[in-house]
Each structure stands twice: as structure tokens, then as C-alpha cells.
Design a protein around this ligand. Structure first.
Ligand code: S3P
Length: 449
């Protein structure tokens, strides 16, 4: 355990350079491994989750090296060219790594064993295993569709049309990645749009995609067996990581923080829309494209927030941001209602329960239902001063959210364990400190639980 304590801070200021986008980084590594030639990736997130994807593609026969300038060079083997690994593929804490890689493996006639950490071994894999079996892959999971699992991909995968029962970019991506090695067209029909990083990157590498509005949603079709040509990728800064210092700046008086090069994929910007509706002053400048993704610089100033209703339809575009939105809601005036949150129950932790438990411990009025959250903010600094540490459940976003709460609270907030932060945001603590936050090791302070 690495207990941390966040003390109330004054204003935050400066330039906040957050690391590369996690979703784009996983895809750059996986698609680079399937391309012919050398893909150069700049700004790759070097968090534990992406390092797992890198280790997996190496075990499968692709090459990946980091040069002194920080760029990653991935030598791909071509679609269908991955080879059987000698050992179990351990995807650590990363659902994206596990599910996207299963899609890739479904189109390779090799047998692989996959596992993950305690959290990942409890997360549902049938949402990808079910459609991938229809392409001809054989998948045997533990009971309840859990890891560890064994997959033997199809030598001649079948192109399918699939309607995911949940709004999930991971499921969509797994099916499309499996379709890369199928002869013919693979289609995913989405009822609500999810992040389209896979589609954008495959296009960038030369794959042929068609998007069409159909009766029951949007049909995304990839033509199988394209030649993917190695390419250069500039990974945008991760909006889901920026969300933490961004909300910290919004909530602390006198703050002004700039965020250069943030990814602004419309499938990811639901938090900005919601904060805007709450009255936040977030300026977007210098809009541009990087590696097929929209990017902009953000300038964030402190300002009073008011409670809002967040509609269920917005959930896919801010699915990872509810923990930090709940913290913003705790400092807003009035009630914030967030609906359509069933998926939060199966993230790195049961995030609905973790948010509710943490907020209650910090003196915030909160109610969690099966798929909704209601937070009553009191307009100004939440109380903080929790006697028992906030339980982060080895979930990076829960740990960071409550450290932000402590930064913006009346009294310090103690979080039981900050180790999971390294899965997505290595450098979070020094970066927050450089802006003016006061987050310390609780062990060194003698305040560890
Ligand atoms: C991701 C999709 C989301 C998100 C995750 C990353 C991706 O998961 O929560 O952090 O990169 O495709 P779901 O697709 O399961 O909603």
C-alpha cells in the first residue's frame, strides 16, 4: 500500500503537460504490430497498462524499441503474422489491453493464454468472447467469462455483423480488429456512438472503412485483409488524465492552468461539455489535427460551478470521467444527477460504489443507485477531513479523484493507496505538486491508516 494525503491548496498555476492518451497508445502499439514496416510513435503513454500491451506484442513476435529521444519504434509483422507466445500473456490491470488484444488474436491461428491482476480477473470478458467466437475463434474462459482464458484464433476468420448489447469502444474495436484478417466485410452497428480511435488509426494506416447511418444505429464497416502500412503517430495528451488537474484548477480559487495538446476526439469530450453547463470557464485554442485525431490547447480558470443533470446518452463520451465529475459536483452549488452509469460497476473497480463510499467519507451528500449517482454540492470547498482513508480499490481514477478532492477541500483527504495511479498517469504526483498542490506520502507524515 502507498497511502497518500492531499492537503488543501491555494491557487494552482502553470503549464500542465499530461502524458499521452491511453486509448490511442494501446491502439498505436497493436496496430503498429500488424502493419508492415516500422511505425514510429511519439508521445506514447509509458504507463503500466500500455507497457503490458508492448510486452504482449513482443511475446507475439513484433519488435518494439524506445530510442533516446523518447520515440517508440514498432516493427510490425503484418496482419496474420503474429506467432504463438511461449508464456501466459499477463495484461495487468488493463481491460483495454486484454479486450483489444483478444480481437487481434481471434484472427491468428495460434493458441494463447491470457490473465491479469486481481481486478482484471474479475471483469467480464464474454462481451468480447461472444462475438469473437462467431468469427471462428475458440475461447475458453473461467466461470462467468472471467480471466484467465485460452484463445485459439481462426485460420480463416469469418466476417460478421455485430450489434454490441453495451455501448463499448472496447467491444467495437475487438470485433473490427478481428475483422482485419477476415475475407470480406466486418460490421459493427452501434446504437450509441463510442470513441472511434480504432477506426481513425486503421484509416491512418490505410484500411478501408465505411460509416453509414442505418435503422438501428451507425454501421461501421471494415474491409478485411487490407495492407496496413507502417506510419508515424503523434499521440495527443490524454483528456481523461488532464481531467484531474483540470478539475483541481476549477475548484481552487485564483487558479489558472494551461493544458497543451489535449486530444479532443468528440467521443471523449463529454466532461468538457458537462463542466461548461456547470458554468466552468474552459477556453479552447489552437485547434489542430495530430495523427488523425483532433487536438487543442485548453486554458482553465477557477470559477463557481452549479449542479446539473447529466443525461444518460452522454455517458459513453465521458465514461472514465464520472469519478472526477462527482468531485466537481461536490463543490458545485446544488444537485448534480448522473444517469446511465451501469458500466461503472465493471470498470477497474465498482466505481459507483467507490465514488459513493469516498464522497460519504469526505462529508459529501451522495446517493448511488444501481445505475445513477446524485451529489448534493454545497457551493465551495467540500469538507474533507476523513478519519478513515478513502478506499481506492486499486483504481487509478478513484485515487486521483480523491486527491483532487483533498486539494480543493477544507480539510486534508487521506487515500489508502496510490499505487494504481502508475497504470495510466505516471508523474501525476510531481505534476500536481508543480502546479501548487500539496500531496504527500502519508507514511512519511506518520498519518498512514
Ligand atoms: C476504452 C474504452 C472504455 C474506457 C476505457 C478505454 C478504449 O471502455 O472505459 O478506459 O480505449 O476503448 P469501454 O469500451 O468498455 O466502455
Amino acid at each position: 500500500m502507498q497511502p497518500l494525503i492531499a492537503y488543501p491548496a491555494g491557487s494552482l498555476s502553470g503549464d500542465c503537460r499530461v502524458p499521452g492518451d491511453k486509448s490511442v497508445s494501446h491502439r498505436a502499439v497493436l496496430i503498429g504490430a500488424l502493419a508492415i514496416g516500422e511505425t514510429t510513435v511519439r508521445g506514447l503513454l509509458e504507463g503500466e497498462d500500455v507497457l503490458r500491451t508492448l510486452a504482449a506484442i513482443r511475446a507475439l513476435g513484433a519488435r518494439a524499441e524506445r530510442t533516446a529521444d523518447g520515440a517508440w519504434h514498432i516493427r510490425g509483422v503484418g496482419i496474420g503474422g503474429l506467432g504463438e507466445p511461449e508464456d501466459v500473456l499477463d495484461m495487468g490491470n488493463s481491460g483495454t489491453a486484454a479486450r483489444l488484444l483478444l480481437g487481434v488474436l481471434a484472427g491468428h491461428p495460434i493458441t494463447c493464454f491470457m490473465t491479469g491482476d486481481h481486478s482484471l480477473r474479475s471483469r467480464p470478458m464474454n462481451r468480447v468472447a461472444d462475438p469473437l467466437r462467431r468469427t471462428g475463434a475458440e475461447i475458453a474462459t473461467r466461470s462467468g467469462g472471467r480471466l484467465p482464458l485460452m484463445i485459439t484464433g481462426a485460420a480463416d476468420p469469418v466476417p460478421i455483423t455485430y450489434r454490441p448489447p453495451v455501448a463499448s469502444a472496447q467491444v467495437k474495436s475487438a470485433v473490427l480488429l478481428a475483422g482485419l484478417n477476415a475475407a470480406g466485410e466486418t460490421t459493427v452497428i452501434e446504437r450509441s456512438a463510442t470513441r472511434d480511435h480504432t477506426e481513425r488509426m486503421l484509416r491512418h494506416f490505410g484500411a478501408d472503412f465505411r460509416i453509414a447511418e442505418v435503422e438501428d444505429g451507425t454501421a461501421i464497416t471494415v474491409t478485411g485483409q487490407p495492407e496496413l502500412t507502417a506510419s508515424a503517430i503523434d499521440v495527443p495528451a490524454d483528456i481523461s488524465s488532464a481531467a484531474f488537474p483540470l478539475v483541481a484548477a476549477l475548484l481552487t480559487e485564483g487558479s489558472r492552468v494551461t493544458f497543451p495538446g489535449i486530444g479532443m476526439n468528440p467521443g471523449r469530450t463529454g466532461l468538457l461539455q458537462t463542466l461548461h453547463e456547470m458554468g466552468a470557464a474552459i477556453e479552447q485554442t489552437n485547434a489542430r489535427q495530430a495523427g488523425g485525431e483532433p487536438v487543442a490547447d485548453l486554458v482553465v480558470r477557477h470559477g463557481a460551478l452549479k449542479g446539473v443533470e447529466v443525461p444518460a446518452e452522454r455517458a459513453p463520451s465521458m465514461i472514465d470521467e464520472y469519478p472526477i465529475l462527482a468531485v466537481a459536483a461536490a463543490a458545485a452549488t446544488g444537485r448534480t444527477v448522473m444517469r446511465g452509469l451501469a458500466e461503472l460497476r465493471v470498470k477497474e473497480s465498482d466505481r459507483l460504489a467507490a465514488i459513493a463510499g469516498g464522497l460519504a467519507a469526505c462529508g459529501v451528500d451522495v446517493e448511488a443507485g444501481e445505475d445513477y449517482l446524485v451529489v448534493d454540492g454545497r457551493g465551495g470547498r467540500p469538507a474533507g477531513g476523513n478519519a478513515r482513508a478513502v478506499a481506492s480499490h486499486y483504481d487509478h481514477r478513484i485515487a486521483m479523484s480523491f486527491l483532487v478532492l483533498g486539494t480543493a477541500a477544507e480539510k486534508p483527504v487521506l487515500v489508502d493507496d496510490g499505487r494504481a495511479i502508475a497504470t495510466s498517469f505516471p508523474g501525476f504526483l510531481p505534476l500536481m505538486r508543480s502546479l501548487g498542490a500539496d500531496i504527500r506520502s502519508a507514511e512519511a507524515e506518520g498519518t498512514a491508516p
